[in-house]
Design a protein around this ligand. Structure first.
Ligand SMILES: C[S@@+](CC[C@H](N)C(=O)[O-])C[C@H]1O[C@@H](n2cnc3c(N)ncnc32)[C@H](O)[C@@H]1O
Length: 195
């Protein structure tokens, strides 16, 4: 994580500039939650907890990580009606998950909707991918939503880069390309499975 990235996200939460925060769970997440038997899920870059709420509503135990304190406060408010032992929230860096005590690994499902693709150094991306590989159960599913590279920006991953990053740890089951209306760039959903 760079301090710049953390600062920029913190500012956006402080000013309410969060166009991604629609409060709507993407259909790709609703589908996987309905498809798998309820187990343990982790949402990396959970924001205000919309996908966590969907997982808890389907009977999952669900943990969330976000590096912005305000996001975690908003997620805690959103989840307050669920039993306290059903979820855990962590204000922490997605590239340091290996060092995060309290996570209830191994997870059956890990979700990342728009977090990892903004990690801006190769070393940090490797730490992020290795954390996911370690925290998932064998056969567990990783649902990733990432934009494709944007002009004049370090944000975004080419699909081939996703396959390379997780290769040897996770296998790609499917990729679905579309356009991210909020960002105005192509983006993909990926479903990967731990080997
Ligand atoms: C585009 S938002 C998406 C939020 C949420 N997943 C959603 O779909 O509503 C990206 C989120 O990832 C968080 N984030 C970005 N980089 C992170 C990092 N290195 N560690 C933890 N959280 C991070 C941001 O604070 C933000 O909440």
């Amino acid at each position: 994580m760079t301090d710049d990235r953390h600062h920029s996200f913190s500012q956006r939460y402080a000013s309410g500039d969060m166009p991604w925060d629609s409060g709507i769970t993407p259909p790709e997440i609703r589908e996987i939650l309905a498809e798998l038997p309820p187990g343990r899920a982790l949402d990396i870059g959970c924001g205000t907890g919309t996908a966590l709420r969907a997982a808890l509503s389907c009977g999952w135990r669900a943990d969330g990580v976000d590096f912005v304190e305000r996001a975690i406060e908003l997620a805690a408010a959103k989840l307050s009606a669920f039993p306290p032992d059903a979820y855990r929230l962590f204000c922490a860096d997605a590239t340091r998950l290996d060092a995060l005590p309290g996570l209830r690994a191994p997870y059956d499902l890990i979700i990342d909707i728009g977090c990892g693709h903004a990690i801006d150094t190769a070393a940090a991306r490797q730490r992020y991918a290795s954390g996911i590989g370690r925290l998932l159960k064998p056969g567990g599913i990783f649902m990733l939503y990432a934009s494709h590279p944007r002009p004049n920006s370090t944000v975004g991953w080419k699909p081939a880069a996703v396959t390379r990053l997780f290769g040897g740890r996770l296998e790609l089951i499917w990729e679905q390309r579309g356009d991210d209306a909020a960002l105005g760039v192509p983006a993909s959903w990926y479903r990967l499975r731990k080997l």
